[in-house]
Design a protein around this ligand. Sequence first.
Ligand SMILES: [Zn+2]
Ligand SMILES: [Zn+2]
Length: 331
Amino acid sequence: MKADIFKLVERRDGARVKPSMAKEASRRPPPRRKIPRSFKDLTPAKHFNPRTFFQELILKGWFTPRHGQPRRPVFPKLKHGEVAITWIGHASFLIQFTDLNVLIDPNFANWLFLMKRIKRAGLKMRDLPPVDVVLLTHAHFDHFHKPTLRRLPHPKIGVMPRGVGDLAHDLGFSRVIELEHWESFSQGDGSHWKVTFTPSKHWGARTLHDQHRGYGGFVLEHQGRKIYHAGDSAYFHGFEEIGRKLGPEIALLPIGAYHPETFRKVHMGPDQAVQAFQDLGAKFLVPMHYGTFKLSFEELDEPPRWLREIALEENLTEQIKILDEGVPKVF
Ligand SMILES: [Zn+2]
Ligand SMILES: [Zn+2]
C-alpha cells in the first residue's frame, strides 16, 4: 500500500513534486477505498464508460437520502477588522465584514440537472443578509448556478473571469466585472474592498465548445484581512506564486473530487490541499468542495476524514478549520 501512495505522489506532477513531499505522503495511511477496477483509467474528459459513470455518480445519488438541515444562522456582531466566514456547502461561502457581505460561488440547488444534492445547504437563501458582491470563480454548473444567482436579492455586483460575463446578463447584477488573472477590481477610493483574480489549474468550458471562458480563484482584501478562495484547482506551482504576490491569510481550498487518480489533473485531494496551504504561506485552511454533490468516486465523507488525519499527523489542528455548514466562524 505504501508503495502505491508513493507512486501516486510522484505521478502527480513530475517536475514539481519534491521527494520530501512524496516521503511525507507515504507515511500517511491511505484512506480506505472501494473503487471498481474498471474506473482505474477514467479521465474527466475522455474514454470513461458512460454507464458506470451514470450508475455511480447519478443513480446511486437518487437512492441516497438527502441529509443535513439548514440552520437559522446567528450572524455575529463584528468589529472592524474581523471577518465572519460561513460555509454554505460545496464551494459556496458567505464572507462578512462590518460593512461588506460577499458571496462566493453561491449554489443552493437541490439538483444539478440529474445530480442530486446529498447534503442540504447550511442556510436558507431567505436568511442571507443583503449581498454587496458575488464572486464567481468559473462557469461550471456547481459554481455558477444561474437559478441561485437569479433569486439572490438585488442589486449586487458580479465579479467573474473573462469570457463568463455573457452568462450573467439576465441574473439581476447591477454591474458585471470580468477579470483576467492578476487583475484587480476595487470599490471606492482603494481604501474600500479589493478583489484580485488568481490563476488555477482547471478548465472553464461550461459546455463542450465554449473553451474561451476563464477560470481561477479570488483574493479578497478588506479591513486589512485577505481571504483566498481557490475555486476549483489541481495542485500546481501557482499556489506558491499567489502566496508570494498576494499573501493570503485565510485559504478556502477544495479537497474533494480527487478519485480516480486522473481527476487530480483538475482537482486536489486533502494531501495536496495541505501542500497548497503551505505553499501559500496562509495562516488558516478552510476546506470546501466535498460532501455535497457526488462528483467523483471517493466516498462523500472521505475528504474531511483524511484531512483530519493529516492535520493530526502534521500538527496542523490549529490551522485547519473544518467548518459546519451554516455556522459562521469569526477570524
Ligand atoms: Zn470546476
Ligand atoms: Zn467544482
